[in-house]
Design a protein around this ligand. Structure first.
Ligand code: EPZ
Length: 421
């Protein structure tokens, strides 16, 4: 049944909240478990819809997945990959399912995957993935909504230049090249921390990969990878979302398990806006009276300002003193939250990839809908700071990427409940 969040805004947030493991690290890592001929174990796995979906995809390909929900552990036995076709209804549900193509090519030398649909934030093509697989010796055929990749003689290492530092393409190619014959060099690779975590896991399985976190990654292919135990890094976007929530609602919040190293641009912008931010080895503290100043942001591939924090930060600017500009350079249509924020009284106008936000003293609670994952998170942050009651619908988007959002916000003193629509 459909549910909605009901938020009674205007209350400051106080206390400690612990960040879960990173969605955008655990998804490629679960795909990578397919490369191992002996079992792997992931610990502290977050309860996310997307984790459930990617587990369904690899199970359909023959991986035995054993979940220990109580201990947040999952075991993966990929000794047998019995199928090479990812089911349409699963790939349609989550684009990250496409990350099984690299492992399938490495283990079975073929993969048939339905084209991942676009989504609210853009068309999200996969051309960079396919071009890179061809460079590794795969032949690519586009069928009726399917992509068929095959490399009967096995993949061969090569020099690959990514036209754009795509996170998914970098991850897919790393996984394929990890078991290719010879050496692969990826240039203009994505540098996100989630890629570093994927490579940490792969190297613990016996891979030989260097340079993760820089824009040149060197991979020496190996014949076999063995399963390993891995703890996924904390979710920097979940952490950043709680920083924004506290900065907007006001209060004193300590975000435990947040790595400030991974959030430099977000922390810098919050400080520029006049929010008190204190970083230590265990987490990040935000102290705010809700009075914040306008700032300009421009999203960029890591280490620039993360596109996944753009919607949340735009919500923040709607109640900042002065005029802010928000420029989105990574996705072509990631302003779906603008209309919903305007329903709450935000003053925003869009000029192509730039949004100009004139801060208002207060937002007003009303009914809004989550158009995508981070837009939903932005609307929750806005509802916490708004006067009156905000109702957020289309919660399936939020459930994909936030583990126990309501429980964690309640723990900080928010007046928020999840009810049937
Ligand atoms: C990953 O998506 C993340 N998802 C996204 O997080 C994140 O926004 C994005 O990286 C950028 O940081 C996961 O890791 C599961 P890209 P991905 O390939 O890999 C274009 C969230 O909210 N592009 O780096 O799909 C693409 O259209 C989600 O957690 C091509 O043109 O992102 C986009 O404009 C949303 N051709 C840009 O590159 C390609 O072959 C960045 O995409 C691939 C991408």
């Amino acid at each position: 049944m459909l549910e909605k969040l009901v938020i009674n805004g205007g209350k400051p947030l106080n206390g400690r909240v612990r960040v879960s493991s990173a969605k955008n690290a655990v998804l490629p890592i679960i795909a990578a478990t397919m490369l191992a001929s002996t079992p792997s174990r992931l610990v502290e796995v977050p309860h996310l819809e997307d984790v459930h979906t990617i587990c369904e995809v690899i199970s359909a390909l023959g991986v035995k997945v054993t979940k220990d929900e109580a201990n947040q552990e999952i075991r993966f036995d990929a000794s047998e990959i019995t199928a090479t076709e990812a089911p349409y209804e699963l790939v349609r549900r989550m684009r990250a399912s496409f990350l099984v193509m690299g492992p399938l090519l490495a283990r079975r030398r073929e993969a048939r995957i339905s084209l991942p649909g676009g989504c609210a934030i853009g068309s999200r093509p996969i051309d960079l993935h396919l071009k890179a697989f061809e460079a590794l010796g795969a032949t690519i055929e586009m069928g009726d909504g399917y992509v068929l990749a095959s490399a009967p003689e096995g993949l061969k290492g090569n020099q690959i230049y990514l036209d754009f530092p795509s996170v998914g393409a970098t991850e897919n190619v790393i996984m394929a090249a990890s078991m290719a014959e010879g050496k692969t060099i990826i240039e203009n690779a994505a540098e996100e921390p989630e890629i570093v975590d994927l490579v940490t896991y792969l190297n613990s399985m016996g891979a030989d990969i260097r340079g993760a976190g820089t824009n040149v990654i060197r991979i020496q292919g190996v014949k076999e990878l063995k399963g390993a135990t891995h703890t996924v890094i904390p979710d920097r976007i979940e952490a950043g979302t709680y920083l924004i929530a506290a900065a907007m609602a006001g209060g004193d919040v300590y975000v435990e398990n947040a790595l400030s190293e991974h959030l430099k641009p977000v922390v810098a912008k919050l400080k520029e806006a006049g929010v008190t931010v204190q970083e230590d080895v265990d987490g990040i503290r935000v102290i705010s009276d809700g009075n914040v100043k306008a700032v300009d942001i421009k999203t960029l591939p890591y280490p620039g300002f993360p596109t996944d924090m753009q919607a949340q930060f735009m919500a923040f600017t709607t109640i900042a003193k002065g005029t802010s500009t928000v420029m989105e350079t990574v996705f072509e249509n990631r302003f779906m939250h603008v209309d919903e924020l305007k329903k709450m009284g935000a003053q925003i106008r869009i000029e192509e990839r730039r949004a100009i936000v004139d801060g208002v003293p207060k937002l007003k609670g009303t009914e809004v809908r989550a158009t995508d994952l981070r837009a939903g998170a932005a609307l929750v942050c806005a509802g916490l700071a708004a006067e009156g009651v905000t109702k957020v619908t289309q919660l399936s988007h939020i459930d994909r990427g936030y583990d126990n959002l309501v429980g964690k916000l309640k723990g900080l003193g928010a007046d928020i409940v999840r009810v049937d629509e």
